[in-house]
Design a binder for this molecule. Sequence first.
Ligand SMILES: Cc1ncc(COP(=O)(O)O)c(C=O)c1O
Length: 414
Amino acid sequence: MNNHSTVSKTKRIREDFPILKTLIHGRPLVYLDNAATSQRPSQVLEAYCSFSRSHNANVHRGIYSLAEQATDDYEQARSKVRDFIGAPSSEGIVFTRGTTEAVNLVAYSYARKFLKRGDIIVLSVTEHHANLVPWQLAAKSTGAELRFWPMKPDGTLDMSAATDLLRPPVKIVALTHVSNVLGTINPVKEITTLAHKIGAKVLLDGAQAVPHLPVNVAEIGCDFYAFSGHKMCGPTGIGVLWGREEWLEEMDPFLTGGEMIREVSLDSATWNDIPYKFEAGTPPIAEAVALGAAMDYLNAIGMDWIREHDQELVEQAMMLLSSEEGVQIYGPKENHAALVSFNVEGVPPHDLATLLDRDGVAVRAGQQCAQPLMHWLGVPATARASFYLYNLPEEIDRLLEGIRKAKEIFCYAR
Ligand SMILES: Cc1ncc(COP(=O)(O)O)c(C=O)c1O
């Protein structure tokens, strides 16, 4: 793929995203906060609206035509998710509100049932709070211990530590597929193979992976995989937990109420089949349908193209930022996902983000929901620019221009 054809394809893609025409403080929006949430194309907005206009009803309960249509749409969305992540069957696809809820589901329903005092849960210091705090609580309530995978200075996992680390009684390995701060892409297939040798289960937090890389859970071989719709051109309020059917069958329910039951008496209840056992109450129906449309959209563009496009942008951003005086970037130099976290000497990240906003450039500033990682990096916070399929190389120039202005304002220019 040459740069020219990438750029013209990106320009066509941008036409699908009405929000990208917005002016911020009189300047065209440069949206570089895709790791927090991505924008939505007209196709996804239309799928949400058209479901709401013509097919809206509750699912799995009504026997009238509209309810059957809504149920079909909802279940079709589940099939699209199955195909998108290469899951062997739809029964393993549980709709949740997002990655956070998906990880909590496993930390409650799997860990609390199967872990015991002295068992070990392996995590890393790079984890988003969503894949850390649920395990802290699971450990407290079961007597299990948390252990952290040693890191190399570049922010990758030290794989030479695996043999020492992955020994009984390690029962769960819960890691991010792609770090939301460092952009590290973890060798999840290798980790899964090693963990399975000692009978440990593997949960992967795919919030930053599924939107950007072709992901196939069957090929990875993991036990649970979690991700969010809103980071992949879908709406908020919808996410996915994929789990191996045999584990989902054995797990207790997470939330309880309507739809997840089979029979209820005044003092007891039995559970519905998977995945419905984990979908208590009215699910986010229009959101699931719109997530299905987002997957159709990404498939039509091509996940391989998206990966290459992201790669070109992040390489350009890392090259420009690392050669800019006073800018420090974090994370590995190679095999870096679609984001770059950095600090500008003498310019606090929140001030930088505010100044960039005046020029229409949206970046994230703060602890990126990863306080332990900030400690590990030895910084209170970072700025982060994160890219997606509609970002253009010239937007990185706008970022750099804004950083230079901020340096001048903070009297840093020499
Ligand atoms: C790596 C990672 N995990 C989990 C989450 C939480 O996702 P959500 O807020 O959609 O549940 C995020 C969101 O930024 C993330 O980047």
